[in-house]
Design a protein around this ligand. Structure first.
Ligand code: CP
Ligand code: NVA
Length: 306
């Protein structure tokens, strides 16, 4: 694969299908211990929202390839006190080799990318979660041997994770269905972009009917009903989202060999039942582990050789 040296990853569609497949292959080789890539570079983590998996998996991945990590807690850096992003970006650019940002607005990420030359990686915004989807695709490839033609059905809010799944699945030749309450659909622009990528060769379905979405699906996927920053509306959302719960009843409509994924953190008893997340079809722990392997491949590819 051509490396991705110096590139940004603001959304999953910043990568081509070939680049995603190359990253998954690199991730599999790194996971199997077939490559020993070492660097002396420094990753900054600027996270405005809580994180367990993304923060720890990026850190461990960087340590394992010989690099260092600096946690740029916004509460302890001037950007958290209002220093302009365009100033912070230009300064961090001169210290760091790569910067992963978890924030609210996609626009803020784009501003960092515009003003810093180093690779800027989306570690989750309200709009996309591309690193999550790289790990999801790695997990699906491991479970089914290939991605092409598999059907992923997502149940829940049509926001960040749903957006990256729509685009990522379309790019790698998978069918993708989003079952969301009519008040919480994915952005029209993302649906249109996914349909353009799929160009009629694979399915891109948006529905408010969870049973229709589950029909024969190979991957059943869910995420929290109230994302970070939306906690105030959590109780209002519950009645609208209840029909989209991933439970035993919903799974009866999926393929009998279907796997269940969840990006985590999970709210058991809301978007997924305890029985399903702990059940034999759940692959959520493998999926969580793969965050580290997929992001290690991403770091290796974006940083290139020393
Ligand atoms: N899935 C995910 O991004 O988890 P964290 O919020 O713990 O990083
Ligand atoms: N949609 C969730 C994903 C968490 C990894 C959120 O934004 O909080």
């Amino acid at each position: 694969m051509e490396g991705l040296k110096g590139r940004d990853l603001l959304g999953i569609a910043d990568l081509t299908a070939e680049e995603i497949k190359g990253l998954l292959q690199l991730a599999a080789q790194l996971k199997a211990g077939q490559l020993n890539w070492q660097c002396h570079k420094v990753l900054g983590l600027l996270f405005y929202k809580a994180s367990t998996r993304t923060r720890v998996s990026f850190s461990v991945a960087m340590y394992q390839i010989g690099g260092q990590v600096i946690d740029l807690n916004p509460n302890l850096t001037q950007v958290g006190r209002g220093e302009p992003v365009i100033d912070t970006a230009r300064v961090l650019d001169r210290y760091l080799d790569i910067l992963a940002i978890r924030t609210f607005e996609q626009k803020q990420l784009e501003t960092f990318a515009e003003y810093a030359q180093i690779p800027i990686v989306n570690a989750l915004t309200d709009f996309e979660h591309p690193c999550q989807v790289l790990a999801d695709l790695l997990t699906i490839q491991e479970c089914f041997g290939s991605l092409t033609g598999a059907t992923l059905s997502y149940f829940g809010d049509g926001n960040n994770v749903a957006h990256s799944l729509l685009l990522g699945c379309a790019l790698v030749g998978m069918n993708v269905r989003i079952a969301a309450p009519s008040a919480y659909p994915p952005a029209l622009s993302v649906i249109e972009q996914a349909r353009q990528i799929a160009s009629g060769k694979t399915e891109v379905m948006l529905t408010d009917d969870p049973v229709a979405a589950a029909q024969g699906a190979n991957i059943i996927y869910t995420d929290v009903w109230a994302s970070m920053g939306q906690e105030a509306s959590a109780s209002d959302r519950i009645p609208l989202f209840e029909p989209y719960q991933v439970n035993q009843q919903l799974l009866t409509h999926a393929d009998s060999e279907a796997i269940v994924l969840h990006c985590l953190p999970a709210h058991r008893g809301e978007e997924i039942t305890d029985e399903i997340i702990e059940g034999s079809q759940s692959r959520v722990w493998e999926q969580a582990e793969n965050r580290m392997h997929a992001q290690k491949a991403l770091l290796v590819s974006l940083l290139g050789a020393d």
